[in-house]
Design a protein around this ligand. Structure first.
Ligand code: SF4
Length: 219
């Protein structure tokens, strides 16, 4: 089940890609960064070709795909060929991205929804690395993007508003999500964040998988 974003609650099949070009302080999938000296194929990740991935995804019988990472668009050339096959099978394709990689024309055509999560300073990543103007503009132009911000404290909203103004982000497509990898933190932050969402007309984004299962892989 999709736990985040505008399709939270939707029965989904997940494809997680490895590698990321950012190093967010609170990243809950650090294992995707892959320290090559420790990561072992078949144990920490599976090496599969496009045909094998397509067959595996089809087997689940669910037609709502969420592609997540790491940063999936680092592999967009390979993903395009996978997505072409999946669209022929009527899949709805949602891609989660940190918004730093310009999506190709082909990718924009194939993907139904981009869940773009631009990082703010609470990620502790340098601004020039986490905010890429050309990429953010391309997602806005695609008309298929929702912008989800991870919020740690009320003052984070100032930065979100600055980004909305700087990049002309469609306000009605902005979601605010409380940071946290346990139900208590997500709920506590969610309680004041939901008030901010009401005041400023943003969507509130839950972290359903954390609320239901905690920080466990495979949920
Ligand atoms: S962009 Fe996502 S996967 Fe990459 S470090 Fe940040 S939170 Fe982790």
């Amino acid at each position: 089940m999709q736990g985040e974003g505008v399709y939270a609650g939707t029965p989904s099949v997940f494809l997680r890609t490895y590698y990321c070009n950012l190093t967010c302080a609170w990243c809950d999938t650090k294992y995707t960064w892959l320290d090559q000296s420790n990561a072992q194929a078949g144990i920490h990740y599976q090496k599969m070709n496009v045909r094998e991935v397509l067959e595996k995804l089809t087997d689940y019988g669910c037609r709502h795909l969420v592609v997540t990472g790491g940063e999936p668009l680092l592999h967009q050339h390979i993903l395009s060929s996978l997505f072409s096959g999946l669209k022929r099978l009527d899949f709805f394709i949602e891609v989660e991205t940190n918004g730093t990689v310009v999506p190709s024309v082909e990718m924009v055509g194939l993907v139904d929804c981009f869940n773009v999560s631009p990082k703010i300073s609470n990620s502790l990543v340098q601004k020039t690395v986490r905010i890429r103007r050309t990429a953010v503009k391309a997602f806005v132009r695609s008309g298929k993007a929702w912008f989800k911000f991870v919020i740690c404290e009320p003052n984070d909203i100032v930065e979100v508003e600055e980004l909305i103004s700087a990049y002309n982000l469609p306000r009605e497509r902005v979601l605010l999500m409380p940071e946290g990898t346990d139900a208590e933190t997500v709920s506590a932050r969610g309680r004041w964040l939901v008030e901010i969402c009401k005041q400023r007309s943003f969507r509130f984004a839950p972290r359903l998988h954390i609320l239901l299962f905690g920080n466990r892989r495979g949920t």
